[in-house]
Design a binder for this molecule. Structure first.
Ligand code: SF4
Ligand code: SF4
Length: 113
């Protein structure tokens, strides 16, 4: 895992709103710490900081583009689990490179390039 580009990136954790079902929260029987989210409505919530003018998830540690870590990696919400594995398998969707470009990071080659 040491060559995982995500560990020296983190751009997607500081680019997009991360909204998900409140059923994923630990106080609803899930795993995501409820203290780290903002409630959106009766059904959804979002990782705090991800809707700010300069988005950055409250759980993100480190410096984007240098070295990062997710403080709740084993308890991260569904959207994060669905996004990151693409990179781990060498597939870099357009959204990944869009996030990287927002932080001045070079685009990564797609698997089919
Ligand atoms: S999925 Fe893409 S944008 Fe997110 S940390 Fe990995 S390389 Fe960066
Ligand atoms: S919970 Fe972790 S993986 Fe998800 S946006 Fe926040 S720092 Fe990134």
């Amino acid at each position: 895992m040491s060559d995982n580009v995500c560990l020296s990136c983190g751009a997607c954790c500081a680019a997009f709103r991360v909204s998900f079902d409140r059923m994923e929260l630990d106080d609803e029987g899930g795993a995501v710490p409820a203290r780290l989210v903002d409630i959106e409505n009766d059904y959804t919530c979002r990782m705090r900081g991800t809707d700010y003018l300069k988005p950055r998830c409250i759980a993100l540690g480190g410096t984007v583009g240098v070295k990062v870590s997710c403080g709740i990696y084993s308890s991260r919400p569904g959207p994060c689990r669905e996004f990151a594995p693409h990179a781990e398998h060498g597939i870099f969707p357009e959204a990944c490179n869009r996030a990287r470009s927002r932080h001045g990071l070079a685009a990564l080659a797609c698997e089919n390039d």
